[in-house]
Design a protein around this ligand. Structure first.
Ligand code: UDX
Length: 490
């Protein structure tokens, strides 16, 4: 465990504490940077494992040099240092942190004088109980940041109601297309298969969804709730959530929000343009940018299934055939730990040839830069929430192949509500892949160009001065500063 030696000059000193996974660390760091730019002092707490990877693959030193009021500290997640912390074990990893973190966090949060060091904890909502206990014990107010979509947060929140209305549990495969009717605001929109994956199946007689629903309801005990979304994207759901969380700040898309604030700051001062920093837990391979430079405009489908998804060899083969048979160019991120089993067989010649002619594969890409590249015409994604927002801002139509958690409902919203892509959930067939790639890149290209451009414009407007996310962020900073003043006086 490390603890900083610095003095905090301002009254507003926030402790931020993400779940130790790429998607959560990314957007929490974006929020941390936004806060620091608004004169809020931030201590960002990572597990030792995540911090070690950030030191290897991200821009920690330059970020620290740019922001004297941003600090990193670490704690142990309780696992041995050589544990691979594989995404498929995320549930166990979370359990371990919940079991071991509290005494370490307690120590990090206290001055030697016995007073709390922080005026507020902005905690990852998935650690709802842990953060609440910490704040309660030390007298530090807690604000929750849930890094997922508003629609998935709302579905989790409404799970007890679904049980009461006998809409849960889902009764097997044959029941998957039944419409869910008792989530306010989602009537006749969401089928059983579109609910977050934890609503599926049972484990030892319990729904796997119980821990996440429990943590979601803990957010009610916080002083406020932050979501990485924006009014024009999820307004109807946000208005339902606000009935239970009156102090709700919708600040997204955070990556675009950060870009917008940095640009505004540069314009209003003599300062040189603010740098943007990498937050990767894997080594970024930028060779794909050179490959993209050589491709015609909107000719490439970018394929990436995020930081946690694992797929079987058969699934890999189906997707690969679909991409090659579509005859479109493709850039595919295959993480070193993404394919569950290797069969050692030689690849079919047609895949080798098709990939040599039109494909590029990397272990980890600079995703935001890739999506913004003129050569990209489509995005096959697992519908992780960061990736979805990045696709929205880049105005790229999506083919959604959700893996787990919130991704099942995100993909439904992409296809049926926002109409900016297609939903391929629960199938993995080369013919379907081929057809969807051709639909997005060719057959329905004009239709998607209109809808994605319109949504991208709304996203960018929301994070500019006067936009809904921009104003919500100003209100959040005001609130955090008020909490700081109150803490000082108490
Ligand atoms: C998953 C969830 O789906 C997400 O919604 C949840 O909040 C956290 O767990 P993950 O698989 O990490 O997250 O997906 P996503 O939320 O999309 O985040 C992945 C991040 O990694 C994105 O910001 C993306 O830009 C970045 N990335 C991905 C890269 O930088 N390079 C890559 O090659 C792939």
């Amino acid at each position: 465990m490390t603890r900083g030696e610095y003095q905090c000059e301002t009254e507003t000193h926030v402790l931020m504490f993400p779940l130790p996974a790429q998607g959560h660390v990314n957007c929490m760091l974006q929020l941390a940077e936004l806060l620091v730019l608004s004169d809020v002092h931030v201590t960002f707490l990572n597990t030792e494992h995540v911090h070690h990877r950030l030191l290897r693959f991200a821009d920690v030193p330059s970020r620290l040099a740019a922001y004297p009021t941003l600090h990193f500290e670490t704690f142990s997640d309780g696992l041995p240092s050589d544990d691979p912390r594989h995404g498929d074990n995320l549930g166990e990893h979370i359990k371990q942190v919940n079991l071991t973190a509290l005494p370490q966090l307690r120590e990090i949060c206290m001055e030697d004088s016995g007073k709390p060091r922080f005026s507020c904890i902005v905690g990852d909502g998935i650690f709802g109980r842990l953060t609440y206990e910490l704040g309660q014990e030390l007298g530090i107010p807690v604000v929750y940041f849930r890094t997922v979509s508003a629609c998935s947060f709302w579905a989790y929140f409404c799970a007890p109601r679904l049980l009461e209305c006998n809409e849960l549990p889902i009764r097997g495969e044959d029941d998957m297309d039944r419409m869910i009717t008792s989530i306010p605001g989602m009537e006749n929109l969401v089928r059983c298969r579109d609910l977050p994956s934890f609503f599926r199946g049972t484990h030892n007689g319990n729904l796997p969804l119980e821990p996440v629903v429990f943590e979601t309801h803990q957010s009610l005990r916080g002083q406020a709730l932050i979501l990485n979304t924006f009014e024009d994207l999820e307004g109807p759901v946000l208005s339902k959530i606000r009935l239970h969380f009156p102090r709700l700040y919708a600040l997204g898309p955070l990556h675009a929000h950060l870009t917008s604030r940095k640009a505004a700051k540069t314009m209003s001062s003599e300062e040189k343009p603010a740098a943007s920093f990498i937050s990767s837990l894997w080594e970024v391979d930028r060779s794909c940018m050179t490959w993209l430079d050589a491709q015609p405009p909107k000719s490439v489908i970018y394929v990436s299934f995020g930081s946690i998804t694992t797929i079987s060899r058969d699934m890999l083969t189906e997707i690969w055939y679909g991409l090659v048979n579509s005859k479109k160019r493709f850039l595919w991120v295959i993480r070193p730990d993404m394919v569950a089993e290797q069969d050692g067989k030689d690849l079919p010649l047609e895949l080798v040839e098709g990939t040599k002619e039109r494909g590029c594969m990397v272990g980890w890409a600079p995703q935001q830069d890739v999506l913004a590249h003129a050569a990209i015409g489509g995005f096959m994604t697992h519908s992780g929430w960061n990736s979805t927002l990045e696709g929205v801002v880049a105005s790229v139509p999506m083919i959604c192949w959700p893996y787990f958690a919130d991704q099942q409902i995100n993909s439904r919203y992409v296809s049926e509500v926002w109409k900016i892509g297609l939903d391929m959930k629960d199938t993995c067939d080369r013919k379907v892949v081929e057809k969807m790639v051709n639909d997005v890149m060719e057959e329905r290209r004009e239709e998607f160009e209109k809808s994605t451009q319109a949504m991208a414009n709304l996203a960018k407007t929301s994070v500019r001065e006067g936009g809904s996310s921009y104003s919500d962020f100003d209100r959040l900073v005001e609130f955090l500063k008020l909490l700081g003043t109150r803490q000082k006086q108490s």
